[in-house]
Design a protein around this ligand. Structure first.
Ligand code: NAG
Ligand code: NAG
Length: 405
């Protein structure tokens, strides 16, 4: 099919003809036109690609003729291709399916009580590699705050043995949850709570990806608007493989943070936050911007961070599982002898266990992962090597560094 997406600079091929009628044609109808090439010679034909465009208020859309836009059930939000096309925007809600780039998935017909709300995102072309989901608005029920042990486990199985450890649902998304299916590669973690202005990348499925909300009972205030951008395999905007998130600006002022930051960190997370090392920069510096109770402080026993098994057997003696992992970390002054795993619940990366206030890495991309297991605690009397669920989570600012090159 002629439906293809090229660069932002739409190529305009203008066949001039003295007879002067003007017809706008886009790639989507080009094949048809070619069959009637002779007839077209009596018209002046404007041809453009169905590339991305900006509508009013910088809303993203795809450039189509106005007829194509309405056939595809889009809405015109401005003009493109020098006025010969319309910038066409696509919106779906629960139960909807799309194969259009930059479709908005909103909460218009969200169930009022228990239920599911699913959107199906199919490839907008035959070379789509990744989807980027931007949570312009994202609020669903937060994680469980129930800290009671419901049962005791050994190796994940209920047990009454003396060494059985309490199992808790604290921090888990048991009322509401959001997840996205992945074509291959890493699937973003299941999340809940408030995640407005966060984003995730996911590998595109050759069939379709599903965006799924599972909504539980209770008087919960829920709203969402998710912008879904599709990237071709050749796009410069692709995230490196394994990255849940990809930050590309020169500095990040606080949006590099764990999901549901500030409202209790989530259980069962593996959130890989990647930062692009930009031109002239040889390393990226990260600084924890949380003050007290960031929930991810430096521990002098870093070897225990990220170390316990998934049911948290290390809690109380050997340190916590929940951690921040930062491969190839070095200090601001370039000292390589710096731990790469951080856990605990105190002052964050800037604690006295570190000789500097920031941690740097020359790895490209700069990759910092927030990991948490299924076992979360709220007991403030436990040793501070385990982040407590009541803690905020982790939030970083970052800078590109061209001084230490
Ligand atoms: C849309 O606007 C953004 C920012 O204003 C700009 O970076 C981008 O190139 C524009 N895209 C198109 C297709 O014009
Ligand atoms: C989808 O739109 C974005 C801009 O919003 C653009 O960068 C990207 O290349 C487009 N994807 C395709 C497949 O055209």
């Amino acid at each position: 099919m002629g439906l293809q997406f090229f660069s932002i600079l739409a190529t305009l091929i203008i066949f001039l003809n003295t007879l002067g009628n003007i017809h706008a044609k886009s790639e989507a109808t080009e094949t048809l036109n070619q069959r009637h090439g002779k007839q077209l010679s009596i018209f002046q034909v404007i041809r453009f690609n169905n590339g991305p465009c900006n509508g009013t208020q910088s809303m993203p859309g795809t450039c189509y003729t106005s007829q194509e836009c309405s056939t595809r059930r889009g809405v015109s939000i401005g003009s493109c291709a020098n006025g010969f096309g319309v910038c066409c925007s696509f919106t779906i809600s629960c139960g909807g399916t799309t194969s259009e780039n930059t479709t908005i998935f909103n909460d218009e017909n969200i169930p009022s009580g228990m239920g599911t709300c699913t959107a199906t995102i199919c490839p907008a072309g035959n070379d789509i590699c990744q989807l980027r989901l931007d949570f312009d608005q994202f609020q669903i029920a937060g994680p469980s705050t129930v800290s009671l042990s419901v049962t005791k486990l050994v190796n994940g199985n209920p047990s009454a043995a003396a060494n059985a450890i309490p199992n808790a649902i604290l921090g888990q998304c048991i009322t509401d949850q959001f997840q996205v299916t992945s074509g291959s590669g890493v699937t973003p973690p299941v999340i809940c709570g408030i995640n407005t202005n966060q984003h995730v990348f996911v590998d595109a499925d050759a069939d379709c990806n599903m965006l799924m909300f599972q909504l539980g009972q209770g008087a919960v205030s829920r709203s969402f608007q998710i912008r879904v951008t599709q990237y071709a395999c050749t796009s410069p905007n692709l995230a490196p493989s394994g990255c849940t998130q990809y930050f590309t600006s020169d500095t990040g002022t606080g949006m590099v943070q764990s999901f549901n930051f500030g409202n209790g960190h989530l259980a069962d997370q593996d959130q890989v936050m990647c930062v692009r090392r930009n031109q002239n920069s040889c390393r990226v510096e990260a600084k924890d911007v949380c003050t007290a109770s960031s929930g991810m402080g430096a521990s002098t026993t870093a070897r225990f961070c990220c170390g316990s098994n998934t049911v948290g057997t290390a809690v109380g003696n050997a340190g916590g599982y929940d951690c921040l992992s930062l491969p190839f970390a070095e200090s601001k002054m370039g000292n390589m002898n710096v731990q790469s795993r951080f856990c605990g619940r105190n002052a964050g990366l800037s604690s006295s266990a570190m000789s500097s206030l920031t941690v740097c890495s020359r790895a490209s991309p700069f990759r910092v992962a927030f990991r948490s297991n299924a076992f979360e605690v709220s007991d403030m009397t436990l040793p501070n090597t385990e982040a407590k669920n009541v803690d905020k989570g982790v939030r970083l600012v970052y800078f590109q560094d061209s001084v230490m090159c």
